[in-house]
Design a protein around this ligand. Structure first.
Ligand SMILES: [Zn+2]
Ligand SMILES: [Zn+2]
Length: 341
């Protein structure tokens, strides 16, 4: 099958990989319909994370081709959306709502790689959710968004306790930040302040529900947030970048007793000074989003056309042109790239 492989930092090829096959009775093989490039794929692309002929991709929607003997919830022919983390759905951690930390978890990006024609999905019952039928083609980008960026933005908004009467600040104007705006709006937040200094992304943020835009960063950004919130800071803050600067921005933007949902992937060396955290007196909840927990609800909202997260994709390319997609995301000329298979 054809698949995207990152040979080395900055070097993307589309080449041949062995077709996946059922290895365990809980596996499913899916034919990928659409996949995409993630902001996190840029870490190895930029040489921040090691990479050596690595199969890429962890976001996916597709059609089940084959299932192992023990798979109960999906059948060949079903259209499915899956999380970017494999989860069993049966362990105590899965049952408590944290499938991304399942005792049997596996990152799809590390071993499976869904920027490809096919993929083997272990623990199919605990990882995949089928849609009510074959989706209309215009729903596919939105369903694909649910696989990671929407699910991640949703978790951030949920963790930040965005809801009626709340003022929400969103730090980060990438795809996840924009999905955080959409989620906060859907959860009923009264005011949504998006921190962004890119006109194009500001426009998208407003489309998704932002009521205010703050262009300033650092101390100026924090001062502006205080000004907009009667000097108190926001009730809820979504952190969707993962750098020290953005985490501190989130902490400074949050009021005492407020909640921060942080989903930007932090890398080694990113630290938060304990004194800043101590004196901020805020709730912090974050990590790799338990997307599988939210998938049934997100699929329903998309199916009923109540949300359209697929608008976050501003460039669509065939799988064979994946290299151009990585380049566009690296240069920030695209927010998020969808690859058709
Ligand atoms: Zn992703
Ligand atoms: Zn589990």
């Amino acid at each position: 099958m054809r698949a995207v492989i990152m040979d080395a930092p900055g070097r993307i090829t589309v080449g041949e990989r062995e077709d996946p096959r059922i290895l365990k009775p809980t596996d499913a093989i899916i034919r990928i319909t659409a996949t995409c490039i993630c902001g996190s794929d840029l870490w190895p692309y930029r040489g921040v994370e090691p990479v050596d002929r690595t199969p890429m991709g962890h976001e996916y929607v597709g059609v089940v081709e084959e299932v192992g003997d023990e798979v109960k919830t999906v059948r060949p022919g079903d259209f499915v959306v899956g999380s970017f983390v494999i989860s069993c759905g049966e362990c105590e951690i899965c049952e408590s709502g944290y499938p991304s930390k399942c005792v049997n978890s596996e990152f799809v990006s590390a071993t499976i790689g869904t920027q490809a024609e096919r993929a083997r999905i272990p623990h199919a019952d605990g990882t995949l959710v089928k849609t009510p039928g074959r989706p209309d083609p215009d729903l596919i980008p939105s369903l694909l968004a649910a696989s990671d960026v929407l699910g991640t933005g949703w978790f951030a908004a949920d963790a930040a306790q965005a809801g009626p009467g709340k003022t929400v600040v969103v730090v980060g104007d990438g795809a996840v930040g924009l999905m955080g705006v959409l989620a906060a709006k859907q959860l009923g937040a009264e005011r949504i302040i998006a921190m962004s200094h890119h006109p194009e992304r500001q426009r998208l943020a407003r489309e998704f529900g932002a009521t205010d835009i703050v262009e300033e960063r650092g101390s100026e950004g924090a001062a502006r947030i205080r000004e907009l919130t009667g000097g108190l800071g926001a009730h809820s803050v979504i952190e969707a970048v993962g750098t020290e600067e953005s985490l501190l921005q989130a902490i400074r933007s949050c009021r005492a007793g407020g909640h921060i949902g942080f989903v930007g992937v932090a890398h080694r060396g990113v630290t938060i000074p304990a004194d800043r955290l101590f004196f901020a007196e805020v709730h912090l909840h974050g990590g790799p989003a338990p997307v599988r927990r939210y998938l049934p609800e997100l699929i329903r909202l998309i199916w009923e056309r109540r949300i359209e997260p697929g608008r976050v994709f501003d460039l669509t390319l065939p799988l064979e042109e994946a290299a151009a997609g990585y380049e566009a995301m690296d240069r920030r000329t695209a927010v998020k790239v969808l690859l058709t298979v």
